[in-house]
Design a protein around this ligand. Structure first.
Ligand code: FE
Ligand code: FE
Ligand code: ZN
Length: 287
């Protein structure tokens, strides 16, 4: 099972991320190149990267299982404010350059929110921006995350993702499935294999390069997006375990973005539970 969690990149950048991931017994991880809420980014330090790669190699973490997540405030859907739209595009180009420097292959991106413009126009804006961003890039793939449908979010069903992917038509554009978001958008994770059948027919499972494994605090179709610890939410341990072991996505990294418990990361325990198919209903009391 290729599984890890989101980790911090602050301090010694990729080296800090790798150390944290290893402490959880992970063989994959995801990080933001800076704070997820803003776009302040420092220059990549090659000495840290070198040390990180050595450590990862010694601990069985392959670069293809390391994912970068773009900050939430990047919005490619709305071009009403021309300067903001340009800023979002340039930021993502910078993120591709940073990932290239680090040797990272995948960037997860929230497609965007339409905020006040027509949904189809917003989808076209995303597609146009991505076409521009991906031009000339040969080694970093942007993964559109499946969204919960909160507010005016886009990418909340297969049709919207398919529309963007077909419009851009680049092999450097893929998808990241998020189980909490899928549940909140109306996809029953108990029928995950059926969802995969439809996804495969409409988009192609070869486009999936990351899965965010999260339970949800809210019911199916609630359009909320609030993550819960594995087995403590409305999806449940068994369905999430099945997502982790599905043969069709066995080489795809599974990344936990579940909440901290009493200020502490639960990832070591949650990874262990999923690897061993053994849920601990008293997990929260350990923290
Ligand atoms: Fe996300
Ligand atoms: Fe996610
Ligand atoms: Zn979420």
């Amino acid at each position: 099972m290729i599984i890890g969690s989101h980790v911090s990149f602050s301090g010694k950048q990729l080296l800090s991320s790798a150390i944290e991931a290893i402490s959880y017994g992970a063989n994959a991880f995801m990080f933001y190149t800076g704070a997820p809420q803003n776009t302040v980014r420092s220059k990549i330090n090659d000495d840290y990267t070198k040390e990180a790669l050595k450590l990862m190699n010694e601990n069985g973490i392959e670069l293809k299982n390391v994912i970068c997540h773009a900050p939430y405030i990047v919005n490619l859907a709305n071009n009403k404010d021309e300067s903001k739209y340009e800023f979002s595009k340039n930021f993502l180009k910078g993120e591709i350059t940073r990932c290239h420097t680090l040797g990272i292959k995948y960037i997860v991106l929230h497609p965007g929110s339409s905020v006040g413009i027509e949904r189809l126009t917003a989808l076209d804006n995303i597609a146009n921006a991505l076409t521009n961003i991906l031009e000339g890039n040969e080694d970093v793939t942007i993964l559109l995350e499946t969204m919960a449908g909160k507010g005016t979010e886009l990418g909340i069903n297969i049709d919207e993702l398919k529309y963007i992917i077909k419009s851009v038509n680049s092999d450097k554009l893929g998808v990241c499935l998020d189980t909490c978001h899928l549940n909140d958008s109306g996809v029953d994770i108990n029928n995950f294999e059926i969802y995969l059948n439809i996804f495969d027919r409409e988009i192609g499972l070869d486009k999936v390069h990351c899965i965010h494994v999260n339970d949800s605090k809210n019911p199916l179709g609630s359009r909320k997006d609030r993550h819960e610890n594995i087995g403590f939410g409305t999806i449940g341990f068994e369905a999430l375990y099945k997502v982790c072991i599905t043969e069709r996505l066995k080489d795809v990294p599974k990344i936990l973005e579940t909440p901290y418990i009493n200020g502490k990361a639960p990832y070591k325990e949650e990874i262990e539970e999923l690897r061993n198919n053994k849920f601990n209903p008293n997990l929260k009391e350990l923290f």
